[in-house]
Design a protein around this ligand. Sequence first.
Ligand code: SF4
Length: 635
Amino acid sequence: MSSLYGYAGKILYVDLDSRRIRKEPLGEELVRNYIGSIGINSKLAYDLIAPGIDPLSPENYLIFGTGPLGGTVAPGCSRSDVTSKSPLTNLFGSANSGDSIALMLKFAGYDHLVISGRAETPVYLKVNDDDVEICDASYLWGKDVWETTDILWAELGGDYWVNCIGTAGENLVRYAASVTNKHSFYSRTGMGTVMGSKNLKAIAARGSKGVAVADQKAFLKIVDEIVEKIKNSPATQLWRDLGFVVAFPAYSEYGLFERYNYAEGFSDLVKDFSKEDYKGHVVKRNYACPSCPVGCRQVVEIKDGTYPGLNYRVAALGSQVGYHNQAGVENWDELVRCVELENRYGIDSNSLAGCVGFAIELYKRGIITKHDTDGMELDWGGETTQGLIEKIVRREGIGDILANGVKAAAAKFGPEAERLAGHIKGLEMALGVRGRLSTENFGEFTNPRGGHLERSPSLTFIPRKPKAFPPFSRGIGVPEDRIEKVCDGPEGFNVSRLTKWVEDYNTVLVSMGVCHRTPITQHLNLKIITELYRATTGIDIETTELRQAGERIWNLQRAFNQREGADRKDDMPPWRALNESITIGDKDYPPITEKKANKLLDEYYDERGWNIKDGTISKEKLDELGLTHIASDLG
Ligand code: SF4
């Protein structure tokens, strides 16, 4: 690149078969078209990963990346992504995390790290600025995440950041996570599993290089304005006090939470998971990701109760309420014990809770019996959940089946089980989709990763006055000639059409390295982000060009899936959501029905300019995004 402002300027390639290490400059075209982090990761994944390969074979690639704002003092900009072909969904896989190894890799001089092949014996990758080494890790194999991290810190020094897998990744549980410094998770779609398949136990990195900013004066002016707004916002204090728990009442009231394997709605979550217990009994204090004035992460420290002595850091304790929702875990004490196990073993909480809840329901319905569970009685709550976690991470007995995810387990247990499987594209869902529809839960249908909400957060999460939506839509880049259709409907928006624009906008933010949580995003819009990007990189770019980059990245992820054979059928919600109604408080929500789901998807594809019949990307859209060259890949 001619200018290195905002970027470290290099991609580090490590091939574990040949043990060859090479560094290549970050191309200007990559930056202009794909921004950074998940954007450039997606482009590299599309180009490098051949369609049809087994995600656990040496032919798969594992790609870490951070964005141009990562490592600067821009608030909430330490997020990064790891991308691969997912062993859980067999489609595009990616996981996002704050305060994680890709950020330290940038300080060492690398915007992206691309790992290929498979080591013959366990290894770890050591990066110390320009020195990159593949080291023996056989003595670490068998250790959990906390033990591995402590050993590497003791050997290398605490100024190294350590990202590693635990028991789940080693045993190729298909939704294993990789974890940085014991507390920052790349959780979803099995990125830790791909690490395990490569015999890569850990990455330890130490970087001493800063990030140069092109126009310091302009950059600091924008940063100061955002920081001032963050400091004075009521949302900041709420998130500091309660983290994700702040969203519990709305999530349950509007039906985004469902319980007992997505069988029921509920509105009484705060009774057993009170904010008073959260603050007084569970969470000792908060901490922040680098460069973030919010500080919404938690230090858990339990002094009494069922599990005295629990003590660890966690990024979003409230989001792990999935253990309650899907598996019936009863209270904070049981939940934080599940989270401790998840942290030690390195595994994704959403998929884990989904698999456990699924098994319990099958047992209660008699679809599986003690014969399938090695004599274990399955019931809702902490005891069964913790028992099944131990079996899953070691692939023991029924754990060996559940370790492959709900979709694969359902195929094994037969058609009745398949109707109860709560997943989209093979990824266990984070939110229910029968209650009030917002871009958050409709986005689970269309996310290339499968049933997860993170790519489509917006103002729609709680009801607002309809007049709020035109200015919001303009702010995220919806063109004037689309506003009327996007902001149409009794609540002030058309959920399918708005989701398209929210996804593209959030893809820009994620590619920059921006945190998706409300205390950060509520102070941003496409204009501010464009100005920040210009000041950081010196690249003269318009809002429309950045918005189109977000759309290009989204389409390339869709193309990755289309190349693997995915189409409209893979965007449909699960059988249960299409066929069973749900009651939340005193309100009944009917099933979505196939007819309604199809209508929603028709509108979404229309807004995206895709082929409505099958949801494939149209030739015209590929041409518009400069992706004509991939048309022949897509048939
Ligand atoms: S808002 Fe919370 S999760 Fe996001 S960057 Fe700040 S501390 Fe980290």
